[in-house]
Write a protein that binds this ligand. Structure first.
Ligand code: GLU
Length: 471
């Protein structure tokens, strides 16, 4: 038997980039400039914990500075390494260009298992890592703005923001040095759900494009569609929750690190999430059948597969067995280059990561703008909007001599608050980016998959930006 070696995550990203860039009319020099990662900073630092000094290694990689600040999350995981951080930083460049967030691409990571440490120890470690990055301007409102990623959340972002503030006491824009902060610490409504919400908007838009649905052999709407979700972390949970509760999709399988739950009638996602939070895993959940070996559940008959965990989940070992006609990459890099080829040859439609999970950075962009403008979205307009609506309704009732129903009055009167504005901005962004990808896909005979189409849209924008600068 011949053993086929899987390329690394970074190589995989580059193979996909190269496939797309071959179809473009760009000079080799410019292609190289866009492809390579500009810089990766690696730091090892010691923290005194439990009576001893513990050394940790972290990275912040900057892929492209065609726009600044550069943007991308910080991941806390034992799997973090330079190769991974660089692949993720490159994806951030393409992602930001695709959703027109005015940032270059960056990514960071700390090699750590957060479960090994108490919260107060995590705070010390996070602050120390942040200190190392801040003093080199690798965290800075105008130069490099991190956000949460795997293993990090609002909590870590609040510590990072506070650390920056302590080191830059007179910087009036200090809060804009990081996004994904808690609402009470300068965050924005709707950031936690944003990536999952973006996956929902992406799928809704897919089901508004009959020509794309035809490529996957799917008809109808999201209602009743059978969905497999791999990973019920922040992204997988919100995507699964919204798709099942709001669009009527049936989540027939959820895969987690300790096994999988299946239920052909649809899993109650909120109940399963509460079970995971209470018990630490999916085992013993009574709303479906438990499978200790979860992997094969990704290969069940269904309509949509949502890989929402680690990179490389769909690879040469299982790509051939995947039966869903549609995959939406909620995680970064869940399909390896080899698996991508197998799936394309089978006619599986893949909505690529750089678009599918861009909801997070989109709302991060809104948060950054909110921090720089020092005012919550909607604060100036909301009541004025309500008053104008009231004027119109009163006049309508006066002219017709009839009264509008109290429900209609209430719905129409209501001015948008920050959460509604964020969702509106996110939906508009996700729909616009989808339309750009789909238009590219259908305008050229030599483009047959969504990933290549997304790359073409994105690389063209990055190239334009370099060309405008005179590079
Ligand atoms: N970590 C997220 C991502 O991979 C969010 C990045 C951000 O908001 O800057 O897209």
């Amino acid at each position: 038997m011949t053993v086929v070696k899987e390329p690394s995550f970074r190589e995989s990203t580059e193979i996909m980039f190269n496939r797309a860039v071959r179809l473009m009319d760009l000079s080799p020099g410019l292609v190289e400039k866009i492809r390579i990662c500009n810089a990766t900073y690696r730091v090892s630092f010691g923290v005194r914990l439990r009576g001893d000094i513990h050394t940790f290694t972290g990275y912040r990689s900057v892929h492209s500075e065609h726009m600044e600040p550069v943007k991308g999350g910080i991941r806390f995981a034992t799997s973090v390494n330079q190769n991974e951080v660089e692949a993720l930083a490159a994806l951030m460049t393409y992602k930001c260009a695709l959703v027109e967030a005015p940032f270059g691409g960056s990514k960071g990571g700390l090699c750590i298992n957060p479960r090994d440490w108490e919260p107060h120890e995590m705070e010390q470690i996070t602050r120390r890592f942040a200190y190392e990055l801040i003093k080199r301007d690798l965290i800075h409102p105008a130069q490099n703005v991190p956000a949460p990623d795997m293993g990090t959340s609002e909590r870590e972002m609040a510590w990072i923001a506070d650390q920056y503030q302590r080191m830059n006491t007179t910087d009036i824009n200090a809060r804009a040095c990081v996004t994904g902060k808690p609402l009470s610490g300068g965050g924005i409504a709707g950031r936690v759900e944003a990536t999952g919400r973006g996956v929902q908007y992406a799928l809704q838009e897919f089901f508004r494009h009959p020509e794309d649905m035809a490529m996957a052999g799917l008809t109808g709407t999201l209602k009743g569609k059978r969905v497999i979700v791999q990973g019920l972390g922040n992204v997988g949970y919100h995507a699964a929750k919204f798709l099942s509760e709001q669009d009527g999709a049936k989540i027939i399988a959820v895969l987690e690190f300790d096994g999988a739950i299946t239920n052909p009638d649809g899993i109650n996602i909120e109940a399963l999430k509460q079970h995971i939070l209470a018990t630490g895993g999916v085992k013993s959940f009574d709303g479906g059948t438990y499978h200790a070996d979860g992997g094969p559940c990704m290969e069940l008959e269904a309509d949509i597969l949502v890989p929402a965990a680690m990179e490389g989940a769909i690879n040469l070992t299982n790509a051939d067995n995947i039966k869903t006609p549609l995959i939406i990459e909620a995680a970064n890099g869940p399909v390896t280059a080899g698996a991508d080829e197998i799936l394309r040859n089978k006619g599986v439609v893949i909505i690529p990561d750089m678009y599918a999970n861009a909801g997070g950075v989109t709302v991060s962009y809104f948060e950054w703008v909110k921090n720089l403008s020092h005012i919550r979205f909607g604060r100036m307009r909301r009541r004025q909007e309500e008053n104008r609506h009231r004027l119109l309704m009163d006049e309508l009732e006066r002219i017709t001599g009839k009264s509008l129903s109290p429900e209609f009055r209430q719905d129409y009167l209501h001015g948008a608050d920050e959460l509604e504005l964020v969702r509106s901005g996110l939906e508009d962004t996700m729909r616009g980016a989808y339309q750009a990808i789909s238009a590219m896909l259908h305008s050229r005979d030599d483009v047959t998959d969504m990933r290549t189409a997304a790359f073409l849209v994105s690389i063209a924008r990055v190239a334009k930006s370099y060309q405008t600068k005179g590079l």
